[in-house]
Design a protein around this ligand. Structure first.
Ligand code: ACO
Ligand SMILES: O=CC(=O)O
Ligand code: MG
Length: 724
């Protein structure tokens, strides 16, 4: 297929054109001529608005920069600052109270509380794993992670370590005791479980028996009641399945023949087309869209070799049990799938307008992901996603109410174009840019009939905190930024406003990512704070993390917490406006400065080299203390902006950063040694496109739009693709 021209002389990339025409439209019975004509019209109508919004971003940023430059070295006059932000339209007036009206929302979003997994949708193997992460083995989650300490003798060998296994099983049964306590005795000592009428009976060695303290926690069974294959329990709306197998690997040794305990884990999963993927051209974008198509049709497959064996991964079917009245009890087998589109900034070669401009990628994303998402709504059996007729699109990186209004206008137009009922497309608002946080209530108002979540994306939000106030002064070291009043106010206010706008029962109030995928013991300590803060979901980086984080939602009833929070006063707006720069009273030691630079540079190089050279959008990169950190574009935005800020304010010199970059490039090369196709950055850094991208991200960080990393990453990745 040659570069086809649509009626308005828009150029459609051939790979994209044939994907839509041959793989998607036939499934819909949509006439291609009409589709491309309507898309042209949409682009013609909405691209100028999209571009204008970006001009507004730049205008406001310049005004803010000027304001700080004119007041260098002076303490921030909060009243004057707030007045100035209002004057330039960065802050808008808050209107009347209101409640959102979003309807037809699946239970996973509206009435349940549990983990939200995020996955780069470009990686089919991971994406399928994520879709299937609705159910996770508690035994595996405990065995494979540091939640059970991996001390001497207790290592998590591939070959079963029986000593570790015993601790795992004891810990899992302790969870049963905590959440599904027996009237008398402990699950640790049960020798068999049977169903008796509507009750679960646990028998002990001495012949005594006990029911559950709350008998209604038993909801269903599999197999014979006198010798069940599994029993299904429910707490805080979440299911837990105790599986029995007298011949199973664990069941054979267990006195009650418990083989495993399955936890309802990732209630929802974000299939990410944004910050965790490297999709720079039509070829990459089609890969992303094709996986989304496979997920929405239930046909996606991934074949790979693991442990020396070829495996084929597919989407899990629904799960069936028998309820207490002998009726079918059906559970969704997969996470409810949401899709994250790119933000308003991006452009891509999927289509070009008559003047040769690439069209806004967010517009194409909206059309294609909804077009594909609509296939799910036609299905009435088999692998389905939404059972309430909704398509869930997460829209990232929006700045303020005008941009949210534009996203809603776009989704409305897509619905009209595809003949979908109004408000079929639900929108997740990432509260991850400062202008959105400050105007959150007005942002929600703009989306009040389709908002299905607000979520504190604190990583991008931290990057934007730095970039917005780049000229206000040098920022504190990253760890200390997190401890300043602004972030607590941001997190609390998001919940406060979400509650005031009536989200519970209709939409999620969500919290951000756990960015240390291997530190699960630490996660178990820290992340219970999310449900306790009134969030009915929070992001996790992996299926295992989802299973573990799910335990928190058994411990905390979020909806009760939300009722309590409703009575507190809204978090401080002044705190929210307080910029986390280094106070005059604090002088950072040269050691602290050096360490901070090293840490930032190591993470930055470790991430960028894989992004630019290999197109890997999300990586686990060891930090200076050798802790593997999830790095994506948002964490890169923080580290690059932080370095740019310190350089701008003379906390460090260019020579110092240059020296650290060379040293850290060696460390990163060493870390990647043995990776097939890896191009070392050292010693010829000038010929390494990855190294040069990293330099630009730092040294040109001040002039990147809102501090975003996409423009430079994309430009360098495209150069690598051209030469390879
Ligand atoms: C600021 C933001 O926007 S945050 C949102 C964007 N970030 C994300 O989406 C992070 C998602 N997580 C990931 O991409 C990965 O977990 C990483 C890159 C952090 C780590 O990946 P790896 O180093 O390959 O992890 P690791 O080797 O420990 O585990 C790989 C296994 O876990 C699975 N896995 C890891 N993460 C995920 C995930 N998010 N979803 C599904 N499966 C996953 C893989 O499928 C693989 O299992 P398999 O061999 O059976 O297929
Ligand atoms: O998208 C999430 C974030 O933290 O940024
Ligand atoms: Mg983000």
């Amino acid at each position: 297929m040659n570069m086809p021209l649509s009626k308005k002389n828009n150029v459609i990339h051939p790979e994209f054109g044939s994907f839509i025409n041959e793989e998607v439209l036939p499934l819909h019975d949509i006439d291609p001529t009409k589709f491309w004509h309507d898309l042209d019209q949409l682009i013609e109508d909405l691209s100028p608005i999209n571009r204008q919004l970006l001009v507004t971003r730049d205008r406001m940023q310049q005004q803010i920069d000027q304001w700080h430059l004119a007041r260098q070295g002076q303490p921030l006059d909060m009243q004057a600052y707030e007045g100035f932000l209002r004057e330039i339209g960065y802050l808008v007036d808050e209107g009347e109270d209101f409640s959102i009206t979003t309807s037809n929302v699946d239970a996973e979003i509206a009435t349940l509380a549990g983990p939200q997994l995020v996955v780069p949708v470009k990686n089919a193997r991971f994406a399928l794993n994520a879709a299937n992460a609705r159910w996770g083995s508690l035994y595996d989650a405990f065995y494979g992670t540091d939640v059970v300490p991996k001390s001497a003798g207790l290592e998590a060998h591939q070959n079963y370590n029986a000593a570790r296994g015993e601790l795992v099983i004891a810990k899992a049964k302790a969870f049963l005791d905590e959440v599904f306590p027996l009237e008398t005795g402990s699950h640790q000592n049960v020798s068999s479980y049977v169903m008796y009428y509507h009750h679960l009976l646990a028998f002990f060695d001495d012949g005594s028996q006990s029911g559950l303290q709350q008998p209604c926690q038993l909801v269903a069974v599999n197999g014979q009641r006198s010798d069940p294959e599994s029993v299904l329990l429910k707490n805080n709306g979440l299911h837990v399945e105790i599986q029995f197998d007298r011949n199973g690997q664990n069941g054979a040794k267990d006195k009650a023949h418990i083989n495993d305990i399955l936890i309802e884990s990732a209630l929802s999963t974000i299939m990410d087309c944004e910050d965790s993927v490297a999709a720079v051209d039509a070829e990459d974008k089609v890969e992303v869209y094709r996986n989304w198509l496979g997920l929405m049709q239930g046909t996606l497959e991934a074949r790979f070799v693991k442990g020396g064996q070829v495996q084929t991964r597919r989407m899990a079917p629904d799960r069936f049990f028998t309820d207490l009245d002998n009726k079918e009890y059906r559970l969704h087998g997969r996470s409810l799938l949401l899709v994250r589109n790119v933000g308003h900034l991006m452009e891509c070669d999927l289509m070009q307008d008559a003047q040769g401009n690439f069209v806004p990628e967010g517009i194409v994303d909206a059309v294609v992901t909804v077009l594909i998402g609509a296939l799910d709504l036609q299905r009435t059996s088999g692998i389905r996603n939404s059972r309430t007729g909704s398509i869930y699109v997460v829209k990232p990186k929006m700045h303020g109410p005008e941009e949210v209004a534009f996203a809603c206008q776009l989704f409305g137009r897509v619905e009209q174009m595809l003949g979908l009922p109004e408000n079929t497309v639900k929108v997740g608002i990432m509260d991850e840019e400062r202008r959105t946080t400050l105007n959150l209530k007005e942002c929600i108002r703009q989306a009040k009939s389709r908002v299905f979540f607000i979520n504190t994306g604190f990583l991008d939000r931290t990057g934007d905190e730095i970039h917005t106030s780049m000229h206000a002064g040098p920022f504190l070291p990253k760890d200390q930024i997190k401890a300043q009043p602004w972030i607590q106010a941001y997190e609390n206010r998001n919940v406060d406003i979400g509650l005031q706008c009536g989200l519970p029962g209709k939409a999620q109030i969500g919290k951000g990512m756990w960015a240390m995928p291997d530190e699960m013991a630490a996660m178990m300590e820290a992340k219970v704070a999310h449900p306790k803060a009134g969030a009915n979901t929070a992001w996790v980086p992996s299926p295992t993390a989802a299973t573990l984080h799910a335990l928190h939602y058994h411990q905390v009833n979020v909806f009760e917490v939300q009722e309590r929070i409703k009575r507190r006063s809204t978090a401080s707006f002044t705190d929210l406006l307080t910029i986390p720069t280094i106070p005059n009273s604090l002088t950072l030691s040269s050691k602290v400065i050096e360490r901070e630079i090293e840490n930032n540079v190591q993470g930055l190089l470790g991430y960028v080299v894989r992004w630019v050279e290999a197109g890997v959008g999300c990586s686990k990169v060891p930090d200076i203390n050798n802790v593997g950190l999830m790095e994506d574009r948002a964490t890169l935005r923080i580290s690059s902006q932080h370095l740019a800020n310190w350089l701008l304010h003379g906390i460090c010199t260019k020579a110092q950063i240059d020296e650290v970059m060379q040293r850290m490039a060696m460390v990163v090369d060493e870390q990647n040694k043995g990776t097939e196709g890896y191009c070392p950055m050292m010693p010829n850094v000038e010929s390494s496109l990855a190294f040069r991208a990293a330099q630009d991200l730092i040294f040109k960080g001040v002039i990147q739009p809102n501090g975003y990393t996409e423009p430079l990453l994309h430009a360098y990745r495209l150069r690598v693709k051209e030469v390879s």
